[in-house]
Design a protein around this ligand. Structure first.
Ligand code: HEC
Length: 161
């Protein structure tokens, strides 16, 4: 067997192992949903849902003024704004219906700075009160809040934050 061929086989075996590990990781963390498509939502309605459910008690969104809330959370998290990778519909929907699935790295960093531990997301579970139509509009609204930044190009590298 030539060296070229064995290294191709070696690569194939490694690829298979990595794929299997990735699949195992997915099944451990819940049920990944493939082929999931949301119907078109209404952005303005979604903004109303955001306010109705008091999401603005814990979140700000650049350039949007929300009514005052009495609630004072220890941390205010910004959603949307200029980012290098826009969150997709699946991620936004998951953040609302299954907030503990992935705890936002930004939030973890905020807690670390305050020397507090992350255990679960402080986000309430909305599954009992929110209708599917509200959820669809909400996710449409959230998605519209992200603006994709072009990474800065520097001597052959793309710099991302
Ligand atoms: C009690 C405070 C609180 C409320 C109320 C709340 N959130 Fe959150 N939310 C958080 C915190 C803290 C995080 C970061 C931890 C995590 O990832 O769950 C977060 C994360 C998110 C994320 C992911 C952000 C990212 O950058 O990964 C989205 C999207 C989101 N919330 C949307 C909502 C929406 C929509 C509502 C209302 C239906 C809502 N939140 C209500 C506290 C809250």
């Amino acid at each position: 067997m030539s060296i070229g061929k064995s290294s191709t086989i070696g690569f194939a075996v490694m690829f298979a192992i990595v794929t299997l590990l990735a699949l195992a990781a997915c099944t451990e963390e819940g049920k990944p949903v493939k082929g999931f498509v949301l119907p078109q939502g209404d952005i303005a309605q979604g903004e109303q849902v955001f306010v109705d459910f008091n999401c603005h008690g814990c979140h700000t969104i650049p350039e949007i003024e929300f009514p005052e809330t009495e609630f004072e959370p220890p941390f205010i998290m910004e959603i949307g704004g200029e980012v290098y990778r826009v969150k997709n519909y699946g991620e936004l929907l998951t953040a609302v219906v299954n907030p503990d699935h992935i705890i936002s790295p930004k939030y973890k960093a905020m807690l670390k700075q305050a020397e507090r531990e992350v255990i679960i997301s402080p986000m309430p579970y909305y599954g009992e009160q929110m209708t599917v139509a509200e959820l669809i509009d909400l996710v449409e609204f959230l998605h519209a809040q992200y603006t994709k930044l072009q990474p800065e190009y520097y001597r052959g590298y793309y710099l991302t934050k």
